[in-house]
Design a protein around this ligand. Structure first.
Ligand code: NAD
Length: 502
């Protein structure tokens, strides 16, 4: 373990200043590959939360008046700066998540793409006009910012998910209070430093830290207009219920159980590669990870090849280019996944590959878990019902595509899904009938892009559907419709025609 006295406290970012908290409650931030403490993050005090919200509220009064092209230019500078610091951000992000470097770069890149959308803010904030809704009267809409918006983010994408939120909200003219995951607060602070360097005025972005107590304070605060949340299902429900109880606009992205349907006519080499990559990549800690393979008919014959491929994949530290993925975020997360693996065995599933006893040379204290594969899984088992959030793939066999579609549509979650097939008719039927937000056809993880929408269906999302990318502008703004008579006298030589249609 590192010497606690040498560990620097993670600052708050309030009114444009990076300041140390006066809190008496601190949480250790650890490197998941070693469990060494790399920082201490405060649970913000009530007065620190109040200062952040007050500063965001005061700044809003000026920021909303800044011309839209200037707000867009801030996003252009920020996008440039994020690209310049891409590797540095990825290295920092790896240190607190354990992600391998390529994966960490992807995390940052997905965020940069959202900033690019935010730079289009002028076109995204255009209203609509209808001339002559009555004689000499025009109607048009104005899109206006709301005020202080708030974001609460999870551990698994420390760059991408905060960047889903604050750039679009701020470009639209709001100010923002971000509460990043207490497990990965360092990337968020660096994002804020770069935002300031890009020219963001004091107070448009605030960062506070903590966990449930601090989140509950934000949820109840009368000066916060919107809550954007990404995280686990129980917390998403709590956020949605509490936030709406306090009459806020809330969007809550929740957990997932993503199925990949394998038809017997699929290219099985591709299937094996993609099933392995999409289930164990990022140690399975992705909301879009594939965690269930639905093998239709003879597709069950893929299991021996899948087993062999799973066995070859190894986790390792972020600087090991040969490692397929990193450690789990914490010892508690690892213990939870091992517990689910044990339940799978006890409930009668066949554990084809068991990663419970994984060691990585030179890193005896990391939260490692090897790839794990179950076959013979049924829907009552805990490993099917729960989001495992580890490098575990469960296989279910069904007889027909219809059965596969019904299985997926009856699952409580609906974040992502995919089908592998050589048959266009099967793919078309799947695309049409499946009740899931992101659909892949011969693509394992249909990654959301900011020029499309992204929200899960059913238990994977609660709240306003304008949640992500360019559509998020609708979440972060109000629409005002104006009906105007511009003249109080007749124009002498204009056309004068009356029509009577009945
Ligand atoms: P989490 O729910 O434990 O934490 C998310 C945030 O909520 C953190 O900032 C945390 O401090 C706060 N929080 C935790 N417990 C709380 C409570 N009781 N009351 C109020 N706030 C609380 O999630 P996590 O473990 O950090 O992230 C993993 C989860 O996020 C997975 O379930 C994953 O599927 C989900 N996720 C979903 C998406 C999506 O787009 N749908 C994307 C990424 C992650």
């Amino acid at each position: 373990m590192s010497d606690a006295n040498l560990i620097s406290p993670v600052p708050l970012y309030i009114n444009g200043e990076f300041i140390n908290s006066s809190s008496s409650q601190w949480i250790e931030v650890t490197d998941p590959a070693t469990n060494d403490v790399i920082a201490n993050v405060p649970c913000s005090t009530e007065s620190e939360l109040e200062s952040a919200i007050a500063s965001a509220g005061e700044t809003f009064e000026q920021w909303k008046e800044v011309p839209v092209p200037e707000r867009a230019r801030l996003m252009l500078s920020y996008q440039q700066l994020l690209k310049v610091h891409h590797d540095e951000l990825a290295t920092l992000l790896s240190s607190e998540t354990g992600k391998n470097f390529a994966d960490a770069k992807g995390d940052v890149w997905r965020g940069i793409e959202v900033v690019e959308q935010a730079a289009n803010i002028a076109s995204l904030m255009m209203g609509e006009t209808v001339e002559n809704v009555a004689s000499d009267i025009d109607s048009y809409s104005l899109i206006q910012p709301l005020g202080v918006c708030c974001g609460i983010t999870p551990f698994n994408f420390p760059a991408m998910i905060p960047l889903w939120m604050f750039p679009m909200a701020i470009a639209a003219g709001n100010t923002f209070v971000l509460k990043p995951s207490e497990q990965v607060p360092l990337t968020a602070i660096r994002l804020a430093e770069l935002f300031e360097q890009a020219g963001a005025p004091k107070g448009v972005l605030q960062i506070v830290h903590g966990s449930k107590e601090q989140v509950d304070y934000l949820l109840a605060h009368p000066d916060i207009r919107t809550i954007s949340f990404v995280g686990s299902v129980p917390v998403a429900k709590h956020i949605y219920q509490t936030g709406t109880h306090h009459l806020k606009r809330v969007q809550a992205f929740a957990g997932a159980k993503n199925h990949m349907v394998v038809m017997p006519d699929a290219n099985m080499e591709q299937v094996v590669n993609h099933l392995v990559g999409s289930s164990v990549g990022a140690a399975g800690q992705r909301c879009m990870a594939i965690s269930v393979a639905v093998l239709v008919g003879n597709a069950i014959d893929v299991i021996p090849d899948l087993k062999a491929a799973m066995r070859k994949v190894k986790p390792g530290p972020s600087n090991d280019n040969q490692a397929a993925y990193g450690p789990l975020i914490s010892p508690a997360a690892k213990a939870r996944v091992i517990n689910l693996i044990e339940q799978g065995k006890q409930q009668g599933a066949i554990c084809e590959v068991d990663g419970s006893h994984c060691q990585v040379e030179g890193y005896p204290d990391g939260n490692w878990l090897g790839p794990t594969l179950f076959s013979g899984v049924s829907t009552e088992m805990a490993i099917y019902q729960q989001e495992i959030f580890g490098p575990v793939l469960v296989c279910i066999s069904v007889a027909t595509l219809d059965e596969a579609i019904n299985l997926i549509n009856n699952n409580p979650y609906g974040n992502g899904t995919s089908i592998f097939t050589a048959c266009g008719a099967a793919a078309r039927k799947f695309q049409h009938r499946i009740q899931v937000g992101q659909v892949g056809i011969n693509v394992p993880i249909p990654v959301p892009l900011p020029f499309f929408s992204f929200t899960g269906w059913r238990g994977s999302f609660y709240g306003d559907l304008h949640a992500y990318g360019k559509q998020a502008v609708r979440f972060y703004t109000e629409t005002k419709t104006v009906t105007a008579r511009w003249f109080d006298e007749d124009i002498p030589d204009g056309p004068n025609m009356t029509i009577h249609l009945r």
